[in-house]
Structure formats: C-alpha cells, structure tokens
Design a protein around this ligand. Structure first.
Ligand SMILES: Cc1cc2nc3c(=O)[nH]c(=O)nc-3n(C[C@H](O)[C@H](O)[C@H](O)COP(=O)(O)OP(=O)(O)OC[C@H]3O[C@@H](n4cnc5c(N)ncnc54)[C@H](O)[C@@H]3O)c2cc1C
Length: 414
C-alpha cells in the first residue's frame, strides 16, 4: 500500500490550490483525480458556457490570468487550459485516472481505496467539488414519460434537445443562461422562477464582480456573519452571464426575448404543472436586495472620496412579470418536449465511509475543518468566505486550511 502524509481528492482549482500551499510548507502529499486536471470544467459544462467571473478574477496561489483581455470571460476550453498550465507550473503531484472509491478511518489516519490501488494517509483533503450531482426536486417524478428530463450537467446545446418547447425550472445562473440560449434558438421556453439573486452585469461603469471585490463583499468570513450562515450557504447562485458584449441577463430581458416567466413549480401530475403565485413577491424581494447591494456600492464610493471617477448612481427597472402570470400549464397542449432542472447542484460523498455527514447528506464542517481527525473539505459555498466556491476563493481558504493541517502535523510530531 502506498503512503502520503496528505491526500487531496480532486484536481480542480480547490485541489490544486491546496497542493500549492502544502508544497510551500514541504508537506508530502499526492492529488488523486478520477479524470484529468479540471475534469468538471471539461466534462460537466455546456458548450457555450463562459465564466461569469472576469478573467482578472481568475487568481490562484502563485498564478493569475495574464492575457490581454482582463475584463473578458473565459470559455470552457480556456478554463481547462488555465488550470492545466497551473498544474504543470506548480508541479502538483497529481495521479490522474485515480477514482477514490472508499475512504475509511484507520489508526492514525485513513485508508483510501482507488481503482489504481490503495493508499494510506494521515490527512485527507476533500476537494471533489460542490457540483457533482444535480439537485432535482421530488416532484420531478410526476413528469410524463414522453417528456425528456435533464439537468444542466447533461445539457450541451439546443440542437441536442428533443423537439418541442422547453420548461426550465430555476432562474439562477444556469437557468437564465440556458433560457436565453434555448429561446434564441427559436424554441418556446417557459422559465419557472423561484428565489433568485438579481444583479446587473455592470454598474457605474464597472463590472459587478469588480464592485463586490473592492467593497469586500466576497471576502466576508463565515464566522463574522450576522445572518444565519446555513441560509447564506444555501442562497442561489448569482443571476449573471459572461459574454463578450457584457450583457445583463435578467427576467426583464428574458421576458422581452419571449421567455415565458412563471412561478416556482409546486405540482406536477397528470401531465400538468402547477406554479406558485409568489412570482411577483419573489421578484420584488430580489429587486430590493439588488438595490441594497447597489446602495452599499454607492456608500463605498462616497466614503472613499472617489465619486468623480465613476458615473452617477442610478437604479434599474423593477422586474416586470406582468399582472397575469400563469399558474398552470398542460405540458402536452404547450408542446413541451423537455424539462431542464436547473435547481442547483450538490456534492457526492458516496465514497466517504467516515461518519461526518448530517442527515441530509451534507458534510459537517467548521470553515472546512471536518469533525474527524485530519479531514478537511474545500470549495463549498460560503465555506470560509463568500468567495469559497469561486476560483478566486481557493487561495485564501487553502492557505488557512494548509496552516491548520501543518500545525496539527507539527503538534503530533512534537
Ligand atoms: C455551471 C457552473 C458555472 C460556474 N461558473 C463559475 C465562474 O464563472 N467562476 C467561478 O469562479 N466559479 C464558477 N463555478 C463554481 C466553481 O468554480 C466550479 O464549480 C469549480 O469547478 C469548483 O472547483 P473545485 O476544484 O472545488 O471542484 P471541481 O472543479 O468540481 O473539481 C473536483 C475534482 O474532483 C474530482 N473527483 C470527484 N470525485 C472524485 C473521486 N471520487 N475520486 C477522484 N477524483 C474525484 C473531479 O473529477 C474533479 O476534477 C461554476 C460552477 C458551475 C457548476
């Protein structure tokens, strides 16, 4: 059986950032990756996807975007190239094609079974990603067999969808991007809108991610939150898209493009979907929260004395969902051929045979420190900071957790 002091499972940005920090501390480790570096970006994203974070924000420990388009948005092949380059420059000790099938506790460490044989380690870093599986509501079981049911992890492009209209459930980053693309391909699109986070692409002449970065919104720590951190961790993704034209895609622009907006799906039986009547309220709440963020940006500008450098503050049109939104839809009559469940993602810990999951299957942790000796997790939403699940969040989290890991090793050795 092979041995490494630390094993990192997963070679996405989280695993690579952790590897970099362990290397700087001279902690012997290996990164086990079931596919290849940046596997999720390569295999689990749709064709047209670009990052919704600008290029300048692709920053990892000891490495950052250095091309000539800092305000652009990387395509998936570009993201994969970026991470491959990082892996090779940082000389991360990666074993590709090594799928971890089981981890169990052993005296003073863990046994890690893979398709390439077993390893032993004292410390384990779970960097397998937050988006391995799609979260699909139970009511999806009521979908008639003739209607195709798929998730954003399976969707590639409109041409590969079955004929007919498309009902998209969920209006966060994935849902709005797919609605825009599928509608532009000439399909009927019904978009079911639940809780969402509305944001403009740009405000006062700058990208919204730039503003959130400078006002410190992305650096807010999990242990300084006044509101419930568990609720903050479950917030939907940002309603944003990265395009060369820097367009804002919100419910107003989708409605103008012919996407039919309805409320959350609350029932699905006998070929009919029922929608909640809460659409207008949810949109009003999203508008309110967006305006709150814009106000904090304005406050920051005023306090910094830089107001002359930016265009004047303004507000966006409230979301207009009309007065007569539909509360039911006969899928057959509407010609719906497929439903896409853009209802979120969740991690897959089916291989983890250590009792650290709660009754909903979520891993228990305190800022990435798992309540089992020497286990850490990376890359979960708002894990240590609001940016934890973003490329830009991997460095700070990995630095903190590598310090904790190294300190524990030193204590054990003393
Ligand atoms: C559609 C979508 C768009 C996104 N857009 C952005 C964006 O614009 N900007 C941004 O900053 N973030 C974005 N994110 C969020 C986040 O950056 C990505 O989810 C990113 O892939 C997470 O990186 P990670 O390293 O934590 O996990 P992953 O990239 O998922 O890496 C985990 C790795 O672990 C491997 N693995 C899993 N299980 C095993 C196993 N049992 N054994 C061995 N290896 C295993 C996987 O193959 C994978 O390579 C997006 C996420 C999604 C889903």
């Amino acid at each position: 059986m092979k041995f490494a002091t630390a094993i990192i499972v997963g070679a996405g940005q989280s695993g690579l950032a952790m590897s970099w920090h362990l290397s700087t501390r001279s902690i012997d480790h290996v990164v086990l990756e079931r596919g290849e570096v940046a596997n999720s970006w390569l295999k689990e994203r749709w064709d047209s996807l670009r990052l919704l974070t600008p290029n300048w924000q692709s920053r990892l420990p000891g490495y950052a975007y250095s091309g000539d388009d800092p305000d652009g948005f990387m395509t998936m092949p570009e993201v994969v190239r970026f991470l491959h380059q990082y892996a090779s420059l940082s000389r991360a000790p990666i074993v590709t094609g090594a799928r971890v099938t089981r981890v169990r506790q052993q005296e003073a460490g863990y046994e890690v079974e893979t398709n390439l044989g077993a390893w032993r380690c004292r410390k384990l870093v779970i960097a397998t990603g937050a988006c391995n599986l799609a979260s699909i509501p139970q009511l999806a079981a009521g979908l008639p067999a003739r209607v195709a049911s798929l998730t954003p992890l399976q969707y590639r492009n409109p041409g590969l969808l079955p004929d007919g209209g498309v009902m998209i459930v969920g209006a966060s980053a994935s849902g709005i991007q797919l609605a825009r693309e599928i509608r532009a391909a000439g399909r009927r699109v019904v978009l079911c809108v639940g809780e969402h986070v509305r944001l403009p692409r740009t405000y006062r002449g700058r990208d919204i991610q730039w503003w959130m970065d400078v006002i410190g919104a992305m650096d807010v720590r999990y242990d300084t939150m006044e509101e419930d951190i568990e609720r903050a961790r479950r917030l939907p993704s940002l309603q944003l898209i990265g395009t060369p034209e820097r367009v804002t895609v919100d419910l107003n622009s989708l409605g103008k493009a012919g996407v039919e907006l309805v409320g959350r799906v609350v029932g699905l039986a006998d070929g009919k979907a029922q929608f909640s009547g809460s659409l207008a309220n949810l949109c009003a709440l999203a508008d309110l929260k967006m305006n709150r963020l814009l106000s904090s940006i304005d406050d920051w500008v005023n306090a910094s004395g830089l107001a002359q450098q930016f265009p004047a503050p303004h507000r966006f049109e409230p979301t207009d969902v009309g007065s007569q939104t539909r509360i039911g839809l006969d899928l057959n009559d509407a010609g719906i051929g497929s439903v896409i469940w853009a209802t979120g993602y969740r991690p897959d810990y089916s291989w983890l045979d250590v009792p650290v999951l709660d009754r909903k299957g979520r891993i228990r942790h305190d800022g990435g420190i798992v309540p089992a000796p020497g286990i850490y997790v990376m890359g979960l939403p708002f894990m240590r900071r609001r940016k934890s699940s973003f490329i830009d969040g991997a460095d700070d989290d990995a630095a903190d957790l590598a310090a904790h890991l190294g300190h524990n090793l030193n204590r054990a050795a003393a």
